[in-house]
Design a protein around this ligand. Structure first.
Ligand code: FAD
Length: 138
């Protein structure tokens, strides 16, 4: 079974408060641990940008559940590709809060200053998440 990386963008639903993100992370960590899925979730109060790594079957299956989750909408798949190595092997689902994303980091990867994951190429989205992981405080 191939190792795969999936990256998507979505928008938090209107009736969900940003504090619901803690519940989402609990659920993600519980399921991902069982399924050998790792990755990272970035949230900026409006948009989610998430990277999932795992077997081709498990990343697909997880994304299918995500598509049904009413806590977010407008899911757009940015990348789904076979990979040889995980980038987030220690995180069942690492969380990167908005405070970690400075305008200068975002501008490096995007055509404009305000964060909009739908306007990121798959490569920029992936590289930005990698860079955010590096600057995340311990
Ligand atoms: P249950 O937990 O039994 O829930 C049943 C249904 O209700 C599901 O459709 C669920 O999506 C929905 N639901 C659950 N709680 C709420 C709530 N408080 N408000 C509204 N609807 C709710 N899951 C993973 O396994 N891995 C991940 O990495 C992951 N990342 C996520 C990232 C985001 C941005 C979001 C919004 C969700 C994420 N989830 C993740 C959760 C995922 O969407 C499913 O809710 C979860 O996997 C549980 O699925 P389940 O079939 O066991 O449903």
């Amino acid at each position: 079974m191939y190792l795969t990386r999936l990256i998507y963008a979505s928008t938090i639903s209107n009736d969900i408060s940003p504090s619901a993100v803690a519940d989402i992370l609990d659920s993600a960590n519980k399921h991902n641990k069982l399924n050998d899925v790792t990755g990272v979730l970035f949230f900026d109060d409006k948009y989610f940008l998430q990277c999932l790594e795992g077997s081709r079957y498990q990343t697909n299956e997880t994304y299918s559940r995500l598509l049904l989750d009413s806590r977010h909408s407008d899911l757009v798949l940015l990348e789904f590709k076979d990979i040889s190595v995980r980038s987030f092997p220690d995180w069942t689902m690492g969380f990167i809060p908005e405070s970690v994303l400075s305008k200068s980091i975002y501008l490096k990867f995007s055509p404009q200053k305000s964060f909009d994951p739908y306007n990121l190429s798959s490569e920029s989205a992936y590289k930005m998440l990698l860079e955010l992981k590096e600057v995340l405080p311990e």
